[in-house]
Write a protein that binds this ligand. Structure first.
Ligand code: FAD
Length: 497
């Protein structure tokens, strides 16, 4: 079989952020479903375990293995189609968001919600339960209509809404790579639509005000803002009261396109220019002089443009005006390859009055400013995204079907992952997230938090639908010998404290 599927030995795998590495016994680069079947059979015969890697963009150790590692990039076909049931796209799991966006746009179709960067592979994005934004939108795995998976038996099983129904699909959609190798995914998407997109920078205290949570609610749950995300770069003013927050909000419109010529240059430049630039700044300034962070934050935040235009939804979702020009650069070789950032994100169920999210955000702002007094700058950017919820059992945004609870993903990005980031994450996780029944984003950094594994048992436990146990029972039936587990995923499913 090794004649057909290249297997590299002695190679080190690293994640995108260079924070994780592994030395698999063999790294495979399959090109077809037949390759995957042959590979699983070989693993079975040799009693090997298998893990899959998409674009390796995760910060948690979902991928590392010392056994067989399968790189999925060779299965990257994209086929949009329509039938009487709607608009669909069938992809190979290694297709990137960029390739899928390009092909669906050419077919005049669009995902109603999606991840931002073009370089992420859709298989990993779905398996890890990833999300975009949109107040009434689910997570991206919820759009999965059918999925082919090569199981531990070597059999290919098609799971689909039509054959299996939603209950089974909700076990399959978010799976952390633990039930088999996804060889194909079909998403139910939409015909292309335009949105009225506004990018603006507003005073922080006009959005997040601890005495008045309705301010945040008015922004986020307003019918004028079907999609809304926020980005706060600390210290862009000199005090929290002077800080501003960037808000991107958009809604569907029948109006014709009205693009702003230079409006999105900041984001267009992020991948090819600002990524390497930040990397340089990080290396030179932040490691040597953390006190440079406020000044840098102030300068960078001033570059963020205002924008008010009608664009195809894909341009708003991916922050790109001329998406495909940048795509060419991104796909050939992501220029930010060595742009090391730390990232942690949690899904928080939003209280009806937004009181819990407002309180949490105010405490985050205060804590960041307090730590700065001691010369500690653990966070460079806070991204805040709002969406509905997910019915996938393992989704961090899980709510039972019909629930009206919406979800806020709060994400911390740091240019200096080693300096104080972990201490800050531990503090916030215990002081806020765990008290708010939050769940960590599976692909982001959470693995070293104190008490995280027992906490996962609790927050996916009987009080919240017992979804971890239900998923595990389903998984164990398909893969009784644990072929598709690594130590980290096994620990997530283990009931031992
Ligand atoms: C720059 C950047 C931007 C990001 N933006 C977002 C965002 O907008 N929204 C968001 O939610 N997250 C975001 N993330 C996090 C990212 O989406 C996750 O890391 C996601 O898992 C990426 O997919 P990947 O292909 O890199 O997955 P990997 O890290 O390679 O793998 C993730 C998981 O998927 C499994 N997997 C991969 N392929 C298969 C397959 N074919 N079959 C079965 N299992 C498989 C792996 O085994 C692993 O468990 C971002 C990360 C970075 C670095």
């Amino acid at each position: 079989m090794n004649n057909r599927i290249p297997c590299k030995r002695g190679k080190t795998w690293k994640n995108w952020a260079n924070t994780l590495s592994a030395k698999p016994q063999c790294i495979f680069y399959p090109k077809s479903q037949d390759d995957l079947i042959a590979l699983v059979k070989q693993a079975k015969a040799n009693k090997k375990k298998i893990r899959m890697a998409g674009s390796s963009h995760s910060w948690s150790p979902l991928v590392p293995t010392d056994s067989y590692l399968v790189m999925m990039g060779g299965l990257n076909s994209v086929t949009p189609y329509r039938n009487e049931k709607g608009s669909f796209v069938t992809i190979g799991p290694g297709a990137t968001i960029g390739k899928v966006t390009k092909k669906t746009t050419q077919a005049d179709m669009a995902f109603p919600t999606n991840g931002v960067p073009f370089t992420l592979q859709m298989g990993g994005f779905v398996a890890a339960g990833c999300h975009g934004t949109g107040w009434e939108q689910p997570t991206v795995p919820d759009l999965v209509y059918a999925m082919d998976i090569v199981l531990a038996s070597g059999e290919v099983r098609t799971f689909s809404v039509e054959i299996d129904g939603e209950d089974v699909m909700n076990k399959v959609r978010v799976n952390l790579g633990s039930i088999g190798i996804i060889s194909s995914i079909t998403f139910k998407i939409e015909e292309m639509f335009n949105v009225h997109n506004v990018d603006e920078t507003v005073p922080l205290n006009q959005v997040i005000n601890k005495d008045d949570p309705s301010m945040l609610k008015n922004w986020v749950a307003s019918p004028d803002n079907q999609y809304l995300e926020m980005m706060w770069m600390p210290f862009n003013g000199d005090t929290p009261a002077e800080d501003k927050i960037f808000i991107k909000h958009y809604k569907r419109t029948d109006k014709p396109l009205s693009r702003v010529k230079w409006g999105n240059y900041f984001f267009e430049l992020t991948e090819p220019v600002l990524g390497p630039l930040f990397s340089l700044i990080q290396t030179i300034f932040i490691q040597l002089r953390p006190s440079a962070i406020p000044k840098m934050s102030k300068n960078v935040s001033q570059l963020i443009p205002q924008n008010n235009s009608v664009v195809p939804v894909t341009e708003a979702l991916h922050y790109h005006k001329r998406a495909f020009r940048t795509l060419k650069i991104s796909l050939s070789k992501p220029p930010y390859e060595n742009f090391i950032v730390g990232d942690a994100s949690w899904a928080i169920p939003i209280d009806e009055d937004f009181g819990n999210i407002t309180t949490a955000l105010c405490q985050i702002v205060d804590t960041v400013y307090d730590w700065a007094k001691d010369g500690k700058y653990p966070v460079s950017v806070v991204m805040i995204r709002f969406l509905k919820n997910s019915q996938a059992l393992l989704s961090p945004a899980y709510q039972p079907a019909g629930s009206n609870v919406h979800t806020c993903f709060i994400e911390f990005i740091t240019y200096a992952p080693k300096a104080h980031f972990e201490g800050f994450l531990n503090l916030i996780a215990h002081k806020l997230w765990m008290k708010m029944n939050g769940r960590p984003h599976w692909a982001k950094q959470f693995q070293d938090l104190d008490g995280i594994f027992p906490y996962l048992q609790q927050v996916y436990g009987p009080e919240f639908g017992d979804t971890l146990k239900k998923f595990k029972a389903f998984r164990d039936e398909l893969d009784p010998d644990g072929m598709f587990l690594n130590a980290f995923v096994e620990r997530i499913f283990s009931t031992q404290k």
